[in-house]
Design a protein around this ligand. Structure first.
Ligand code: SF4
Length: 252
């Protein structure tokens, strides 16, 4: 089953497989998925809005909207969440004011819930853009997507808008200290689990030198039935290959 899109700016707290208790920050429009990718496994279904031109036609929450919502929700929380996480309906860094959002959320965190960490779940596509890079560096935790090693698999599996390629993403990710890479592995005719793709992905990880790699498979519905979950043993064997290269890795 495809997940319903978030209808509010703040959602949760949700218990995420990777972060534990996390209050989600959806700085994208309510009920609309906005993403420069169109991953065949996306839990939110197919992407409608991905190009700059189409983004201009839809309503994005303002920094003030996010501040107001966050303060209101925090006032009613019994205990602070472990994380405040930019995630939600697609790729948060496409928001034209992403940098200002990060500054504002950080200020609110510092003032009201100083022990909470800020985080982002990103697909990495804009990591090379200077203003996005600067904003990402201000967050405590950056969990960045890298599902593929081969360009042709990336184009088929993540279906980015034109102009985004794996070499560009790899080059950008190499410049971040201490990032965590997130990788979804799927089988099936259009999956990314082929040995050649995994070998090329491992080579990219060696270049990026992440602090850790999170590996998981499908556990929800997805828009294309030509992908399927892989077994736990398959994930474990991939995890071990990452560890053999001296990089921390866990399956989720
Ligand atoms: S990057 Fe994330 S939100 Fe965007 S299409 Fe892929 S899975 Fe969906």
């Amino acid at each position: 089953m495809i997940l319903e899109l978030q209808k509010t700016i703040i959602y949760g707290p949700v218990f995420s497989r990777r972060l534990g208790s996390s209050l989600g920050l959806n700085i994208l429009p309510a009920g609309e998925k906005v993403c420069p990718f169109n991953c065949v496994y996306c839990q939110y279904g197919w992407t409608n809005y991905k190009e700059d031109e189409s983004l201009q036609r839809i309503f994005m929450p303002s920094v003030k909207d996010v501040e107001k919502s966050l303060k209101r929700v925090l006032r009613n929380q019994a205990s602070p969440p472990r994380y405040l996480t930019f995630s939600g309906n697609g790729e948060a860094s496409v928001h034209p004011d992403f940098g200002k959002m990060v500054d504002s959320v950080t200020r609110i965190r510092d003032r009201f819930i100083p022990d909470t960490k800020t985080a982002v779940l990103s697909n990495s596509c804009l990591a090379g853009k200077p203003e996005v890079r600067q904003a990402l560096l201000k967050l405590d935790v950056r969990i960045m997507k890298l599902d593929c090693g081969l360009e042709e698999v990336f184009q088929r599996f993540n279906q980015p808008v034109s102009g985004i390629n794996l070499d560009g993403i790899t080059h950008a990710l190499k410049t971040f200290p201490g990032i965590c890479i997130q990788t979804l592995i799927a089988g099936g005719p259009i999956g990314n689990s082929q040995p050649e793709n995994i070998s090329a992905w491992l080579e990219r990880l060696e270049k990026i030198k992440p602090a850790a790699v999170q590996i998981y498979t499908l556990d929800r519905g997805c828009p294309d039935d030509r992908v399927e979950p892989v077994s736990k043993n398959h994930l474990l064997s991939i995890r071990d290959k990452v560890r053999e290269r001296g990089i921390k890795a866990e399956i989720y």
